[in-house]
Ligand binder design. Structure first.
Ligand code: FAD
Length: 432
């Protein structure tokens, strides 16, 4: 059966390989090309899709843990959720986690994912001590940032295009509660939203939900949620049962009116001004994971996420322009998440730069890609870039303008013959 990504678009035919032994993986690599590793398929677009897919998810053993330093050694197919189930009750949490815990360690490294604390902790690669990776020639190397900086910079954020990560050592952080003290700030426009981010920037975690259909002087109104772990010793973290969407919704169910109604209710239910709540890890970090297969609400044609980042200097102006364009287009998004980012690292294709990023979900429909092309122009004008792990349609030209290290990455892949073996639909489209 062919594999899809989270956006369920595009649907392409592919052959899926699994392996138990490294010798089997060597054999697959030596006898095939157009290969790409696949973790848990939570990337939205075509970065884990190709003619030949190597499914790493079955490699899900825990190898070792050092209670003193918090250094955890796991195979690349282990999910973040599996780490949380074992380690939160023992007082450990991930240093960096995205908005879903249903991703693999290999996927976290390959996308160099970030969380609600990028302005404090940076990307996932910042907590990676080393990883073992099988390269295009079938050789397995252990890569440390200091000892093999090029392989490290190419692989973290390299979207599976340097080889198959087999296992990794990552540092966890100590916590003394599975609860977070959350403060919610309700703002009335973009200016208030930016002021609130600045005011609360000392908080380690922050994320804002934006009403992307708001118009005029209400553009940019949001609910900003900031927080930090409590210190109450309550570590009773358990796997919760999950509701699930049983089938694809008809695509007309999601339209300008249903998004407007959702936004009105969601924004309306929050208290005016500043309010405080105690919430658990799953509610704060992974609200969408509460509903299984929520991607089906977008209908069988699927959906995409448009995520861009702008440098701090141009963020306000650029966001105002982009939110105005979206609001005018009438193409709404339930999910419109704004985050603050700290300094960039030096990995060649890592997405974050110092500034603000907005992520918006859109169902695939006529006219959508025209709108996104227009948004690309605004992003590039303001010196921003698009996040590959969410993308399914960005042009080579737009992509290149956002990533100044692209030639170094290309050259490295060429020198190490990685470009002959590892390719995704996305890498072919954007020429990497
Ligand atoms: C609800 C939701 C919220 C999200 N929130 C965030 C967020 O806040 N921040 C963020 O950064 N991302 C976020 N994401 C995106 C997600 O974290 C990334 O797409 C992640 O890479 C998916 O991991 P995966 O294991 O599912 O990998 P896949 O989707 O299967 O693959 C993603 C990429 O990793 C590569 N890859 C996978 N395994 C390996 C391996 N073993 N070796 C080498 N390469 C490999 C693939 O080739 C592909 O290029 C979110 C996604 C969802 C669905």
């Amino acid at each position: 059966m062919s594999l899809m990504s989270w956006g369920m678009y595009p649907k392409i035919k592919n052959t899926v390989f699994k392996f138990n032994k490294e010798a089997t993986l060597q054999e697959i690599i030596s006898t095939h090309d157009e290969l790409i590793p696949y973790g848990n398929g939570r990337s939205y677009g075509d970065s884990a899709l190709s003619t030949n897919i190597i499914n790493v998810r079955p490699k899900d053993y825990f190898i070792d843990f050092d209670e003193e330093s918090g250094l955890l050694h796991v195979q690349a197919g282990v999910l973040l959720s599996e780490i949380l189930e074992s380690y939160v009750p023992r007082g450990w949490f991930l240093k960096v986690t995205p908005g879903t815990k249903l991703i693999t360690i290999g996927g976290a490294i390959a996308s160099d994912i970030h969380g609600k604390n990028h302005h404090v902790e940076g990307c996932f690669s910042e907590c990676v001590e080393n990883f073992r990776i099988m390269l295009a020639n079938g050789k397995v190397v252990t890569c440390y940032k200091d000892l093999d900086p090029e392989l490290f910079k190419a692989t973290c954020g390299g979207m599976g295009l340097t080889g198959i990560i087999l296992d990794a050592k990552i540092y966890l952080k100590k916590i003394n509660s599975q609860y977070i003290d959350q403060t919610t700030i309700k703002t009335k426009n973009l200016k208030e939203t930016f002021d609130a981010f600045e005011e609360y920037k000392e908080k380690p975690y922050s994320v804002a939900w934006i009403d992307c259909l708001a118009k005029g002087d209400k553009i940019g109104k949001c609910l900003l949620m900031v927080g930090d772990f409590r210190d109450d010793g309550k570590l009773d973290y358990k796997k919760k049962s999950q509701l699930s969407i049983p089938f694809n919704f008809p695509s007309f169910a999601l339209n300008n009116w249903s998004v407007r109604a959702f936004n009105w209710l969601y924004y309306g239910k929050a208290k005016e001004g500043v309010s405080k709540q105690r919430v658990d890890i799953d509610t704060f970090f992974y609200p969408l994971d509460a509903i299984g297969h929520w991607n089906r609400i977008y209908g069988k044609k699927g959906f995409t996420q448009y995520q861009f980042i702008l440098p701090k200097e141009t963020s306000y102006e650029g966001l105002e322009e982009i939110l105005t364009a979206i609001s005018k287009s009438g193409k709404g998004s339930f999910l419109a998440v704004l985050k603050l980012y700290g300094k960039a690292n030096d990995n060649w294709l890592s997405f974050p730069i110092e500034g603000y990023s907005l992520a918006l979900d859109f169902k695939i429909e006529k006219g959508l890609f025209d709108l996104l092309d227009k948004l690309d122009e605004i992003v590039i004008k303001h010196k921003g870039r698009i996040y590959l792990t969410k993308d399914v349609r960005v042009s080579k030209e737009t992509f290149e303008k956002g990533y100044p290290d692209i030639e170094t990455f290309r050259q490295y892949r060429k020198e190490n013959k990685m470009d002959e073996k590892f390719q995704s639909n996305q890498s072919k489209r954007v020429g990497i």
